[in-house]
Design a protein around this ligand. Structure first.
Ligand SMILES: [Zn+2]
Length: 229
């Protein structure tokens, strides 16, 4: 899992227009289920849900919010972090309000059995929008995900099933790629710590598509930099 900084992401214009549409319709509740299918933007009729999903994927640099696999619109969908319908939420805002809040939406893969596939409307403790939650996630040498925080650990390994064999394999391949990069760079000129810092910065703050499973790379690079200090 990676930190998704929602404070930086802007609500797409299409969502603002869709909300306006719903407000103008007498007797209609403003909520995700009532989103109009299409909205006209600069003379073009665009699918609201498709455009929202594309914007989310872009904000997440092309990776699933939970498992960090590469996603595209055809193999992803919109997940509401606070579900649209649930009986445990006790915040100030209504579920209808949250259902159309861009900051409550995440782009998530459609794979069977991982991420939100079995979550339903269950409550999650781990929140990719919180940096402090991400900092409590660890990866062992087998590339399995874990946390000393039992609630986060249970979400990652249980509810989200992030140690599914396919994901562990993907993360291990990514890790081995990093080790090869260390070997390659150590034979070339330049300070290893600076090179690691540059790569870490690109993973955390870069633009465009990120490396799949970037979270394990960040985790390992931070430790490598500390070891080189
Ligand atoms: Zn996923």
């Amino acid at each position: 899992m990676l930190h998704i900084d929602k404070s930086r992401s802007k609500q797409p214009q299409i969502l603002a227009l869709a909300i306006q549409d719903m407000r103008r319709t007498p007797g209609q509740t403003v909520c995700y289920d009532n989103l109009p299918s299409y909205v006209t933007v600069r003379g073009r009729s665009l699918s609201v849900r498709d455009e929202l999903l594309k914007a989310l994927i872009e904000d997440q640099r092309g990776l699933c919010a939970y498992c960090m696999r590469r996603i595209e619109p055809r193999n992803a969908h919109i997940e509401h972090y606070i579900p649209r319908h649930c009986d445990w939420y006790q915040g100030k805002r209504t579920l209808d309000e949250l259902s159309v809040d861009y900051r409550n939406m995440l782009a998530v893969c459609k794979e069977n059995g991982t991420c939100d596939a079995t979550r339903g409307n269950a409550e999650l403790t781990v929140d990719p929008r919180n940096q402090s939650d991400i900092e409590q996630i660890r990866y062992n040498t087998k590339a399995e995900i874990l946390s000393d925080n039992t609630a986060i650990d249970s979400d990652c390994r249980g509810l989200l099933n992030l140690n599914d064999g396919f994901l562990v394999y993907g993360r291990m391949q990514t890790l081995q790629g990093l080790y090869r990069w260390y070997q390659h760079e150590s034979r070339r000129a330049g300070d290893m710590k600076s090179k690691c810092r540059k790569r870490l910065d690109e993973l955390q703050n870069g633009t465009g598509h990120n490396d799949p499973y970037a979270g394990i790379l960040i985790y390992r690079l931070e430790r490598k930099i500390r070891a080189l200090s």
